[in-house]
Design a protein around this ligand. Sequence first.
Ligand SMILES: Nc1ncnc2c1ncn2[C@@H]1O[C@H](COP(=O)(O)OP(=O)(O)O)[C@@H](O)[C@H]1O
Ligand SMILES: [Mg+2]
Length: 272
Amino acid sequence: MARHSKTTNNANDANNSKTARIISVASQKGGVGKTATVTNMAVGLVSLGYKTAVIDMDAQGHIAFSFGIKKADLRKTIYDVLIGEAKMRDIKQTAFGVDLYLSNNSLSNLSPKVMTNLNSKLFPAPKYLLKNALGQIKTQYDYILIDTSPSNDIPTMNSLLASTDIIIPALPEGLSVDGIFDTIYLIKSIQEQGAKINILGILPTMVQDHTNLHNVMLQDLRRRFAETPDIKVFDTVIKRAIRHGLAQTHGEPDINKAPEYLSFVKEVFAIA
Ligand SMILES: Nc1ncnc2c1ncn2[C@@H]1O[C@H](COP(=O)(O)OP(=O)(O)O)[C@@H](O)[C@H]1O
Ligand SMILES: [Mg+2]
C-alpha cells in the first residue's frame, strides 16, 4: 500500500506547509489499551499512506516494546530532548513505517529535573517542553500520536498541552468508566487555562460483547454521552482479542490482525 504522505489531509498542503494533528491517547486508568491503541492506530495510518510519528511519554517505555525495539538499548530518549540535550532527529527510529520517538525509565527524572526552583531559569515553562520539541518535527507529519501514562504527572501535562486532540480509551466497566470522568476533568481544567485541545471521543476497548455486563455498560456509556455535544463515544469498538495484545507482546504490529483499529482510524479522521 502507498507509503507516501497523503496531500488531502491538511488544507495547508497546497502551500507545502502542513502541520500534523497531534493526538494524545490518554486515560487516568492503566491497562485500558492506551499503548495498544497508539500502536495499532499508527500502523493503520501508515497503511493508509499517512506520514505518522509516535511519541512515547510513558516512562514504562512500552512503545519500544510494541515495535520490537529493546528499551534498554536506547541511548538517547525523549527525556534528553525535553531537557534540551538532544534534538528530535537524534532520537528518531523507524519501524513498521512509523517514526518513533521513544522513552524509557529516564522519563521519570523529568519532574525532579524541571520542577525544582534551582532549575526554574533553565526551564521557565516546564509543562510546554514537549510542545516546543514537537515544533521541530510537526511539519513533517500528517499525524503525531502520543502514548501517555495513567497519571497527571509532568509528562502527561506536557502531552496534553502539546496536543490538538485527545482520544480516551475505556473498558465498559465501572472503574474504567470512572477513569473517563477523571480524564475529562483533567482535560477541562487544562482547557480552562486557555489550551485549545479537542476531546475527539471515547473509544470502548477490550469489549466482550458476549457478556451482559459489557453490553449494558456500553449502552449506558452511549446514553450518558448522547447529550454531551463536545464528547462522543465512537461507533467503532475494539473487542477483547489476543490479536490486539499480540502486537505488543511480540513486537510486531500488524494492522491486518487488528482490523477494528483500521475502522477506528477511518472513523476518527473521516477517511473514506
Ligand atoms: N483489545 C485488546 N484485547 C485483548 N488484550 C488487549 C487489548 N488491548 C490491549 N491488550 C493487552 O492488555 C494489556 C494492557 O493494554 P495496554 O495497551 O498496555 O494498556 P495501557 O497502555 O492503557 O496500560 C496489554 O498486555 C495488552 O497487550
Ligand atoms: Mg501503556
